[in-house]
Design a protein around this ligand. Sequence first.
Ligand code: FAD
Length: 495
Amino acid sequence: MKKVIIVGAGISGMTAGICLQSSGFETEIYEKNPVPGGELSGWRRDGIYIDNCIDWLMCSKKGSTMNDLWYKIGMLEEGLKLYEKDKFFTYKGHGGEITYWRDKERTKKEMLQMAPEDKDAIEKFFENVVRAESMIVPTDKPMDKMGLRDFMKLGDFAKNIPAAQKAYKGLSLKDFANTFHNPVIRNSFLLMHPEETQVFSFIMSYATITSGSGHIPEGGSLAAALRIAKRYKDLGGKLNLNSPVKNVKLNGKTASGIILEDGTEVSADYVICATDANHTFTKLLPAEYMPKKLKKAFDDKEHFSVFSKFHAAFLIDCKTSLPEDTSFWESDGITVWDHEYKDVGVICYDYDPTVAPEGKTVIQMKLFQYADEVDKWFEIAKDREKYEAKKKEVAEKMIDIIAKRCPEAEGKIKVLDAWTPVSYAKNCNAYRGAYMAFVADKNTKTVTTPGVIKQLSNVFLAGQWLMGSGGLPPATAQGKYAAWRICRKEKVECK
Ligand SMILES: Cc1cc2nc3c(=O)[nH]c(=O)nc-3n(C[C@H](O)[C@H](O)[C@H](O)COP(=O)(O)OP(=O)(O)OC[C@H]3O[C@@H](n4cnc5c(N)ncnc54)[C@H](O)[C@@H]3O)c2cc1C
């Protein structure tokens, strides 16, 4: 039985492990953290659960191979309760309110009532939301190995997705928003994704919800990560936690295994690096082995940016009138590192009774952090006291916003935790604290890189950085693709 070592127990690494165990390989995962899941995570503070990932899960509706993969790895399972989001988000600001309902016809009607002057732009937007509902993430085999026949099987995807992308070609979300006269609608496009993002990202995210997917599994992200880890172990996989890997051990054109930070060497027939791509090629493997397309994107910071967020979680000692799930509020000009934010993102977790504490409310607030702000967080984090003080300062400003919006919470709001791009870099070795892959701007094609290394015959890559900025589905698909490549080399079916 051939042995495969996987570095990283994020969703990508664990998916590779599950597929390989099912296909008859012996595998071991080495993970630096005490808990599996990587960015698919959550933790407790003062006994209260804080979720850190699934705001919506693409392909949660049955009927796609990605959905089958969710069930295979244990992200979803029969009997697991799924919270059906009735909206993508609500925005209250600029003197109005708009909700992107799951029911797109309702949203369209409300938009047309609010802004008859934007009729053409609104109709075009919904036409493309409908097209984007055909979005799927192929999982049978890597996309670079798909032939015409495989693409034909994708049905409407092959026709509708390029058409939706083309409809707004060369437009950033900011350009697109500016084509609307109504200030509420205009601003609502600039909240979920960075302004420089291609319009299609917003359309695709909303279409995930309108297509009948986008559910949130009960128990949130940590419960999902633990289910996946259990599935892997139940299949005989060996999960080594608290085991940071120093580098892959190379012997000419092959790897003979890995070396752990404590010096232990472990041998294997194959190695999969399911870690952040920058970490892989600055630490685990020689930098010059980075696939060209990836290197180009890392080097071209003007067109391929990354972002992260400042997050704070709050416990409110009463039930509030705050709406469940995701909203954006006017922020009265909260300023962080000289950047004034007009609006702030809020998630209220009341929708999940296993997470929301009895008689209390847990909410999170988030603010985008871009290049300069990320630099400032890394700089201040060199001094622990100053770093903690800065996080507290921002979180306390947020308390004022909550109290203003929700007077019944006044005096009852406590900061549970606050975290920054530095947290993601420290916990997951994430490049500049980013927790999504590159944001390709309006003039640039999304990066899709085959997870192979030209110079090495038995080392493969997995993880979100290989396939656009789509979060869990691309990361999971890439885990499957890495397993598929090894199965193919060994001439066994990838299960
Ligand atoms: C706040 C937040 C919200 C999100 N919301 C969504 C959402 O709603 N929907 C969605 O689809 N996606 C969402 N995402 C994105 C999603 O979490 C990621 O795309 C996905 O989890 C990435 O998985 P991965 O396996 O590629 O990488 P990671 O999760 O980063 O896994 C890599 C693993 O490797 C480990 N590792 C790194 N270096 C080493 C080493 N040297 N030795 C051993 N182990 C190592 C890390 O600790 C980590 O466990 C969100 C992410 C965040 C943070």
